[in-house]
Design a protein around this ligand. Structure first.
Ligand SMILES: [Zn+2]
Ligand SMILES: [Zn+2]
Length: 333
């Protein structure tokens, strides 16, 4: 099979490799990849911005595919089922976090496309316990961004609380999904982009944002919550200054540049800054049930698998509306 792999730590680009189709062990499924979304986290992997990256590694944790082979003991699925494989790929299931509904924080968790080879390939293997059936109303390419931009975006959105006015910093794949969910919940969305990114601001307005402007601007009303999807630490104090007393700022990414110091008065009056890490399988079940009822429509740009580096570079430069999705050769669009 063809796989796009990181072969040298920090290389910043992937190499096309010819590999054996992986074999399945008990409890695993072999999935023929039909589409795999490109997430900013994949950039953090290829740029060596996460700890302990091993090479060679195939990135990709928004995998849509069909089950080609079942290992022993995967009773939830049949060959031919269409499934999604997200970021959370394994936990031990025994620690306080796992037994307390917070498996996203398990110390022994392993993640797809980071510690486990992911979906930038024609085939991927996954632990069947971390694989999900997908709503029929999405085709393969449309469904891919639901699996991280959607799932982790949704977790970040829930952590933002119930306030009416929600700010979103960085209007990429996750934001375009969560804006739709927030509108569906009757909330007002305020979209913050890089200064001058009129295209992203227009895109946000087209998805129902009440206001869209530069991250340095003050919105017309103070925010009850802000979610930061951009990996830019300076946004944290900026967002905090736009929130009302009791407001919350959620950092949704796995990596961010350093947060500059800021005066305590910007945090005063019970404002909160928090991060969101990974996802639980419960997040996945909830969001995959919710998405078709909104209905969330994903904006996708497909790329041939072998052009993964072009997709990564477009995500890096913020040149996309919505989400980049890789498509292996055999998939019809
Ligand atoms: Zn655990
Ligand atoms: Zn992701």
């Amino acid at each position: 099979m063809i796989a796009m792999a990181l072969t040298r730590r920090g290389a910043g680009v992937l190499e096309a490799c010819e590999r054996e189709v992986p074999s399945v062990k008990a409890g695993e499924v072999l999935v023929r990849v039909r589409a795999c979304g490109v997430c900013r986290t994949d950039l953090h992997v290829v740029d060596d911005e996460l700890p302990d990256i091993e090479v060679p590694r195939v990135p990709g944790h928004e995998i849509v595919g069909t089950i080609e082979r079942l290992g022993d003991g995967s009773p939830a699925f049949q060959e031919g089922d269409r499934v999604g494989i997200p970021w959370l790929g394994f936990t031990r299931g025994k620690c306080e976090y796992c037994t307390g509904g917070r498996e996203n924080l398990c110390r022994l968790a392993r993640f797809t496309g980071y510690q486990i080879d992911g979906g930038y390939a024609e085939y991927a293997v996954a632990d069947a316990r971390y694989v999900f059936k997908l709503p029929d109303s999405y085709n393969d390419v449309e469904a891919a961004p639901l699996l991280c931009a959607g799932l982790i975006g949704y977790r970040a959105y829930r952590m933002a609380g119930d306030g009416r006015r929600v700010g979103i910093y960085g209007f990429g794949a996750a934001a375009h999904i969560i804006a739709q969910v927030a509108r569906h919940d009757g909330r007002e969305v305020y979209a913050f982009t890089s200064p001058g990114d009129v295209t992203a601001q227009e895109f946000a307005r087209s998805l129902g944002a009440r206001w869209a402007g530069a991250s340095t601007e003050r919105p017309p009303d103070p925010l009850d919550a802000a979610i930061i999807f951009a990996p830019v630490g300076t946004l944290v104090p900026q967002a905090l200054r736009q929130t009302t007393p009791g407001g919350v700022v959620v950092c949704a990414g796995i990596h961010m540049s350093d947060i500059p110091s800021f005066p305590y008065r910007d945090l005063w009056e019970e404002r909160t800054v928090r991060s969101v890490a990974n996802l639980t399988r419960r997040d996945a079940r909830e969001f995959l049930a919710l998405a078709p009822t909104v209905p969330v429509k994903t904006r996708v740009r497909p790329y041939d698998l072998v052009h993964a580096n072009d997709a990564l570079s477009d995500v890096r430069r913020g040149r996309l509306e919505g989400a980049a999705v890789l498509v292996p050769p055999q998939t019809s669009r």
